[in-house]
Design a protein around this ligand. Structure first.
Ligand code: FEO
Length: 176
């Protein structure tokens, strides 16, 4: 009997269509997050805030990694990735606080989306996906916290002067 890769995956582990579709939508959200944070980074570069820009570029790369994590997972489960078009992100923010606040609100939106995915995988008795999503649940706690912390620090130092200069310098040390 010929045993192909598809066969070895076993139909019982094959991802169901509803979950596959929702994970594909999540890939789009993660890619959009990457695009939005790159746009915020570009805005910071334009303001000569290179530390802030670097911090956001690292964040943008992380979002791309999130998308790829789901991308590979779908194939591990015998599903298929379908990429859709990305929305155009906003490109101008008058203040740093506005830009960081947008990032923070966006993280909260992504958290809600991950929680909805967990609910769906439970409803569909897809325990493997629910288990995979636990990594994202933990990641979202960290991402919301780090973005909020940065927003709070910025509010403490304000939008100009020595405080902003020092904060920008601190942010340039963020590791990938
Ligand atoms: Fe991947 Fe920050 O959400």
């Amino acid at each position: 009997m010929e045993i192909g890769i598809r066969c070895l995956k076993g139909d019982f582990m094959k991802i169901n269509k509803k979950v596959e579709e929702a994970l594909n939508e999540q890939i789009n959200k993660e890619l959009f997050s990457s695009y939005l944070y790159l746009s915020i980074a570009a805005n910071f570069r334009g303001k000569n805030l290179h530390g802030f820009a670097h911090w956001m570029e690292v964040q943008s790369n992380e979002e791309l990694e999130h998308a790829m994590k789901i991308y590979h997972y779908i194939y591990e489960r015998g599903g298929e990735v379908t990429l859709e078009k990305l929305d155009k992100p906003k490109t101008k923010w008058d203040t740093c606080e506005e830009a960081l606040n947008e990032a923070y609100e966006h993280e909260k939106f992504v958290t809600k989306s991950i929680e909805d995915l967990v609910k769906l995988s439970r409803e569909e008795n897809d325990y493997a996906t629910e288990n995979m999503l636990q990594w994202f649940i933990k990641e979202q706690v960290e991402e919301e916290a780090s973005t909020e912390e940065l927003l709070i620090k910025l509010r403490m130092v304000g939008e100009k002067g020595n405080g902003l200069y020092m904060l920008d310098k601190e942010l340039s040390n963020r590791k990938e």
